[in-house]
Design a protein. Structure first.
Lengths: 250, 306
């Protein structure tokens, strides 16, 4: 079976984000960009299923600006087989609903049995694309996966839920979204990075799939959050106890 | 304006705090109908929340475990004429709402921290390093509410409860089991005091220092991602961008360095205390009271003196 893994190019998770002074967004100029960390976990999960002989092919897709090709190459260097770049410009962040609509068209073309997505992108923090794609396809979904097994035509998934863990089964084809504890993504080796340059990447545009990229959420303003006033250092546990008692909370 | 509110239910019972906080946001948008997937007692509890004018109770086993296909179907069955669909922005709400939004061809609005008007909302992006104001262009607005940003609606109403059935049951997914850790501590998201441990705690055994302090002062226990990844604490205790977002009256961070991703989950706490042996740790930049000390000496002493 084929597995489709969408990957997003986002600000590197170590970068301190700065809001533009004119309130139009965050400053993305000259900032290190990387693959969304949850998408790395998804790529790793798919590659492991291929290594276990369960999957036959891992296809990665990235939707956005042309530079997203770099993100695809990273996934190909980890071990994905081929890539699809869908160039799209929404005049801002491409919304999960738009992404899900494009992915639904790619699913119709490629017929994967599994789509594995990161549970959220660390830029817009929406946590939505996987669930939306499941709705559009009429598939079952297992979100926030921390364990994944494929057996008897079903995905057996342990999910991170509010009070602990929940195990469910989902009939294939299915949508999985990954949480932090599913695996530790591998680093690509130099020979694999070289090999990845030769792997095929098909180039498409949102228009090829007939999907309208217009934003449903018009961004009115982007501002810095309210800061906290600087506090004080206390010299001892006794002093801390005194301060805590002053607050009346302990 | 007519709002459908998906109540939070845990083990069949109403999670009152999260639901009442979400109701505060929902009541700003219109008349609120709460959907409860749980027991009759849970529905009665939801009916008492101020601002809730009607409760729909579904006792069908197919929605009892929060399976998204069925809960989304139930919401869709009752979405005629509705202008807003709202749920707490926790894992169960985030599992279901985007599915509902896509079925309505609407974009979901995640983690709303402020309602400006019927179509304009504030929400954090980039782990809370920026706050975006967005105006929805969709006919039906589907939004999840960050409960830490709203006060709980009072109790005292007596809304009518109507029992509803799930029209069509999906068998795409099936529930196997829940592994829920039960203890007597307050629930992390709604606790007044939280004691959190980080990588500096060093081991699962030493995490008992954190829970010992928490128990002494009636606090909930939290953890940083590093502590959860290292197996010191359970996954549902993770505080941060991708875990739980809390805003207690008092947050005590022990051996937590203060990565941006952790700060995103606790920086709106009223009073923040940090105990860390590294005086350069970023957590001190947002702490009201910082103590540079070895946690293995400071925490037992603090527990003893409180």
């Amino acid at each position: 079976m084929k597995i489709l893994v969408p990957v997003k190019r986002v600000i590197d998770y170590n970068v301190k984000v700065k809001v533009k002074s004119d309130g139009t967004g965050v400053d993305l100029a000259n900032v290190k960009m990387s693959m969304n960390p949850f998408d790395e976990i998804s790529v790793e999960a798919a590659i492991r299923l291929k290594e276990a002989g369960i999957a036959s092919e891992v296809i990665v897709v990235s939707i956005g600006e042309k530079k997203s090709t770099e993100t695809l190459r990273t996934a190909l260097a980890m071990g994905a087989d081929r890539g699809i770049l869908v160039e799209a410009d929404a005049g801002g962040d491409i919304e999960p609903l738009t992404v899900a609509k494009i992915l639904a068209r790619i699913v119709a073309d490629e017929q994967p049995q599994l789509v594995i997505l990161g549970k959220q992108a660390i830029d817009n923090d929406m946590n939505a694309t996987g669930q939306m794609l499941a709705a559009l396809l009429g598939w079952g979904q297992a979100t926030f996966a921390s364990e994944l097994k494929i057996e008897d035509g079903k995905a057996h998934v342990t999910r991170e839920v509010d009070g602990g863990l929940q195990t469910i089964t989902v009939a294939l084809p299915a949508i999985i979204t990954t949480d932090l504890r599913l695996n530790e993504p591998r680093y690509a080796s130099l020979p694999n990075i070289m090999k990845a340059k030769k792997k095929p990447v098909e180039e498409k545009t949102a228009a090829d799939y007939g999907v309208d990229t217009a934003l449903r959420l018009k961004v009115i303003a982007t501002e810095e959050p309210a800061g906290r006033a600087a506090g004080i250092k206390v010299g001892s546990v006794s002093e801390l106890v005194e301060k805590l008692k002053e607050t009346g909370m302990v | 304006m007519s709002v459908l509110l998906l109540a939070e239910v845990s083990g069949g019972e109403l999670a009152l705090d999260a639901t009442a906080k979400t109701a505060t946001a929902a009541a700003q948008l219109g008349e609120v109908t709460a959907i409860v997937c749980g027991t009759a007692a849970a529905a009665d509890a939801a009916a008492k929340i101020a601002g809730v004018s009607k409760v729909l109770l579904c006792e069908d086993a197919a929605v009892a475990n929060g399976l998204a296909e069925n809960v989304a179907r139930l919401i869709m069955d009752h979405s005629a004429g509705v202008t807003h669909i709202v749920a707490p922005a926790n894992n169960s709400g985030k599992n279901v709402l985007p599915r509902v939004a896509a079925l309505l061809d609407a974009m979901v609005i995640t983690d709303v921290i402020e309602v400006l008007d019927a179509k304009t909302f504030k929400r954090p992006i980039y782990a809370g390093n920026a706050i975006q104001t967005v105006e929805s262009q969709d006919a039906v607005k589907v939004l999840s509410v960050r409960t830490a940003a709203f006060d709980a609606a009072a109790e005292g109403a007596a809304a009518p409860v109507q029992v509803v059935a799930l029209g069509e049951t999906s068998t795409l997914s099936a529930h196997v089991e829940d592994k829920v850790i039960k203890n007597d501590r307050p629930e992390l998201s709604s606790a007044k005091i939280v004691v959190s441990g980080g990588r500096g705690v060093g081991s699962q055994a030493d995490f008992a220092l954190i829970s010992g302090l928490a128990d002494k002062i009636g606090a909930a226990v939290g953890a940083s991602r590093a502590a959860v990844d290292s197996g010191f604490a359970a996954n549902d205790l993770q505080v941060g961008q991708t875990g739980k977002v809390v805003a207690p009256d008092l947050y005590i961070a022990v051996g937590v360095s203060g990565a941006i991703q952790h700060l995103a989950g606790m920086k709106d706490s009223k009073v923040i205390v940090a105990i860390n042996k590294d005086e350069e740790a970023p957590i001190f930049q947002i702490a009201d009271y910082g103590l540079v000390a070895d946690l293995f000496e400071a925490v037992p002493e603090l527990t003893g003196k409180l």
